[in-house]
Write a protein that binds this ligand. Structure first.
Ligand code: ADP
Ligand code: MG
Length: 558
């Protein structure tokens, strides 16, 4: 079984000329009979890593997949390519399950998709032990680890059960996001040697990341949708209520938008997902229930309306943009209130105290990301435990550095001295009110109007002052203390003290408040039209799209 044979199958069944470099290494390792782990970003092409070996191995390949709702699509997709695959889940009648097991036993079907819970059924376990299973692939393998962001107990118990089978199958674990802890945990449990762990680069050259902190979220979204007509995108909110509200608001404002969350009926959700998949609607507003495994290649933007729980979740959700390799944007709209929401959710969850501490530290990293001044993709790379230097050149931070810096020392000194006089006990809203000389009742009742810094920044708006405070966090002059029960509290760093003493100047790049509009060129408009045409032909003729013509050919035609 050689990689050359594997590549012939790739050409024959999928119509792709070569493996991507990451795929090649993973497949070689699996074919050589090693338990293997592959870490590849969303859209990197993980499925092919186990589907091709499945075609080459004698016996059956079992695929553990987290969502029943996706199995049918995955299996239909394979059948369309001419690969015999099936799934067994709770949507089937007992006689259908029996038929499928027979087809597996007879060798007619090579790939079986199941959810991890299936292995908890004793009846299924008994059958499982008699099937000629050669390879077990665990998709979304980070669900195995209690350190991961999507831990599922059934994933872990399934993995433990696999190791006790009388004839132990070869195991492959695949995931898009794994910190070093999660990686080690999975490797220990599944007995994967470090030599057989392959991770491809995390960075996605075609994605541009941005963070906006100016608080005008609804205005931002409306402007963005107006600036990007006809482009497909996802708006993520952290709660169902928030999805409903934003959805209603945008509809009232005349934008065609769909919504998706776990509080809707199956039928409503399917309708929304289909409308989005088939490009009948361009924008979908959703909770994180939407998306694990969405296989839509032309998502041009992913906007997070609320702060995600941690960087693993963020990277995975934002990574749904631009799977086709075209330039796409991932935007996070930050507001300090969202930190409170996430803290509340962690505090009121059923997690153990240690786990809560861990989640809070991850939330801290998420907030730090919102204030970093380095390339946003470099921040991911570091968080996921890699250390190579990288600058994308197109994210909000990389772009900012292209402009000229302004001297903001005087304003910074005013802010620092105000924070210091208030004994570093307040958040930015109170700081900005004091600096503006607000007559707000609480400010007066706390006696903050007696401070010498009261009213010394009257010429600026509250929004401008808060924005400058945020920039000072980004540039390491201030930090946010999240341990306070309500709002994050501003603290000075030693750099700020230097500024107060006059031994350091504050040079800042101007903050942008809008993403630069990327105009679709005539060529790419034509490309989109041709892709739509290809899609309608492929639906009518029931053929996979690349059989009609490949993306590269399309691009040449434009
Ligand atoms: P993942 O599971 O890693 O998110 P998928 O397996 O769904 O990614 O693959 C993403 C896309 O990349 C799919 O459209 C797939 O057909 C395509 N793809 C995979 N491997 C190759 C390859 N070697 N050449 C070109 N396209 C590929
Ligand atoms: Mg996948």
């Amino acid at each position: 079984m050689s990689i050359e044979q594997a590549e012939l199958l790739l050409q024959k069944f999928y119509g792709y000329a070569t493996f991507r470099p990451g795929q090649r290494k993973i497949i070689q390792s699996i074919l050589a009979g090693h338990n293997t782990m592959g870490i590849m970003p969303t859209g990197g092409g993980k499925s092919i890593c186990y589907q091709i070996p499945a075609l080459m191995f004698p016996g059956i390949t079992i695929v553990i997949s987290p969502l029943i709702s996706l199995m049918k699509d995955q299996v239909d997709g394979l059948n369309q390519l001419g690969i015999s695959a099936t799934y067994i889940n709770s949507t089937l009648q007992p006689h259908e399950i029996d038929q499928r097991i027979e087809a597996l036993r007879s060798g007619e079907v090579k790939l079986l998709y199941i959810a991890p819970e299936r292995l908890e059924s004793e009846r299924f376990q008994a059958i499982f032990e008699t099937l000629p299973i050669y390879l077990v692939t665990i998709d979304e393998a980070h669900c195995i680890s209690t350190w991961g962001h999507d831990f599922r107990p059934s994933y872990r118990s399934m993995a433990e059960r696999l190791l006790t089978l009388p004839r132990r199958p070869l195991i492959t674990a695949l995931t898009a996001t794994a910190t070093v802890d999660v990686r080690d945990d999975i490797a220990n449990l599944l007995q994967i040697s470090p030599k057989h762990i392959f991770s491809t680069k995390l960075e996605r050259d075609n994605l541009s990341f941005f963070v906006y902190r100016d608080g005008q979220k609804r205005e931002f979204i409306k402007q963005y949708l107006r600036d990007h007509p006809g482009q497909t995108g996802i708006l993520y909110c952290s709660t169902r209520k928030e999805v409903d509200q934003l959805h209603r608001y945008l509809q009232e404002e005349g934008f065609p938008v769909a919504k998706y969350h776990a509080g809707m009926s199956d039928q409503e959700r399917n309708r929304a997902q289909e409308a989005f998949s088939y490009d009948r609607i361009q924008t979908i507003i959703a909770t994180n229930a939407f998306g694990m495994g969405i296989d839509k290649s032309n998502v041009r933007f992913v906007i997070h309306y609320n702060l995600p729980r941690n960087l693993e979740c963020y990277y995975q959700e934002a990574g749904r943009a631009g799977r086709d390799g075209d330039r796409s944007e991932c935007i996070l709209l930050f507001s300090p209130k969202d930190i409170e929401t996430q803290k509340y959710l962690i505090d009121h969850s059923e997690m153990t105290p240690e786990r809560k501490t861990l989640e809070l530290s991850k939330l801290r990293c998420m907030v730090d990301y919102c204030f970093t001044d380095e390339c946003y993709q470099q921040a991911f790379i570091r968080y996921f435990g890699n250390n190579h230097p990288y600058t994308c050149g197109t994210c909000g931070n990389c772009r900012k550095k292209l402009g000229e810096a302004e001297d903001r020392t005087i304003d910074a000194q005013k802010i620092f001295s105000c924070i210091k006089r208030m004994n570093e006990r307040f958040g930015f809203t109170v700081v900005s009110k004091v600096l503006r000389g607000s007559k707000n009742k609480r400010i007066l009742s706390w006696g903050l109007d007696r401070l010498s810094t009261y009213g010394i920044m009257k010429d600026q708006t509250e929004k401008e002052i808060i924005q400058l405070c945020h920039q000072l966090v980004s540039n390491h002059y201030l930090t946010l203390d999240l341990s306070h029960p309500s709002v994050p509290v501003a603290k000075l760093t030693p750099l700020a003290i230097d500024v107060l003493k006059g031994s350091r100047r504050v040079l800042l790049h101007r903050e942008e408040t809008r993403t630069p509009t990327v105009e679709l060129s005539r060529g790419s408009l034509l490309f989109e039209e041709l892709k739509a045409l290809r899609k309608s032909i492929s639906e009518r003729e029931q053929l996979p799209p690349y059989i009609i013509f490949q993306d590269s050919t399309l691009k040449e035609m434009c």
